[in-house]
Design a protein around this ligand. Structure first.
Ligand code: CDP
Length: 224
């Protein structure tokens, strides 16, 4: 009797498009490791800022990014990144300071390269921890990190609706500006990957979005 296949689910989309909520629910339903790659870019940004490195100082960014030692802890079903053995608190990575700088650091190819193999390596971590697969959310998961993912989804919604959702979560965040930088950068820009299922979440509740994704997954691997 073959064991159930290990699956990789890629979910990409702009700020407040519904990636985090849907990927956490899918992780629960299908026993997947949940990976929020945005939190990694936020963590690297917080760490570089803490070291006094500005995104405009490319030589300093290149030198520092190459030496960040990444590790992983498990919090429930979610992978939490350590930098030099330390987990950067959520309040810090979701701060206005990080919101304002993260897209600038994320546009630097050397920063993306520093995180690339770490992100891919989390599939092995998920296997070791006996998960059935990985659900990874971000901006370039279906295009760059796992272009051969078993399932690739792209979530989008009207900017006004996304701004409303972010305001409801509290905190200050200029999501339009981040989306502009993320979509226009040369390396791994935010875009719907070819062949991904694109879902408009503007007028659709998160339960319906998840159901559509879960049905798509279930048609290939059976029910959760
Ligand atoms: O929470 P929100 O959806 O607004 O953003 P996030 O997923 O936490 O990502 C924060 C920032 O990290 C994005 O605006 C991108 O600049 C960057 N990012 C990226 O470049 N590539 C990824 N795979 C994930 C995030």
């Amino acid at each position: 009797m073959p064991s159930s296949p290990f699956i990789i689910v890629a979910i990409d989309g702009g700020a407040a498009s519904g990636k985090s909520s849907s990927s956490k629910i899918l992780a629960e339903r299908f026993n997947l490791l949940h990976v929020d790659t945005g939190s990694f870019y936020r963590g690297v940004t917080a760490e570089l800022l803490r070291r006094g490195v500005a995104a405009s100082d490319l030589p300093a960014v290149h030198a520092a990014a190459a030496q960040l030692g990444f590790g992983t802890r498990l919090a429930g079903r979610s992978a939490v990144m350590e930098i030099g053995g330390r987990v950067i608190p959520d309040a810090e990575i979701r701060s206005k300071l990080v919101n304002d700088h993260v897209s600038h650091f994320a546009a630097i190819p050397e920063v993306r390269t520093a995180l690339l193999s770490y992100q891919r390596g989390l599939a092995g971590f998920a296997r070791e921890q006996n998960f059935r697969g990985v659900v990874m959310e971000g901006r370039d998961i279906g295009s760059v990190i796992f272009p051969d993912a078993d399932f690739r989804f792209f979530l989008h919604a009207d900017p006004a609706e996304r701004a409303r959702r972010r305001a409801q979560e509290g905190g200050q965040d200029s999501i339009t500006e981040r989306d502009r930088i993320d979509s226009s950068r040369k390396t791994a820009p935010l875009a719907c990957p070819n062949g991904a299922l694109s879902i408009d979440t503007t007028h659709v509740g998160i339960e319906q979005v998840v159901q559509l994704m879960a049905d798509t997954i279930a048609t290939k691997i059976g029910p959760a």
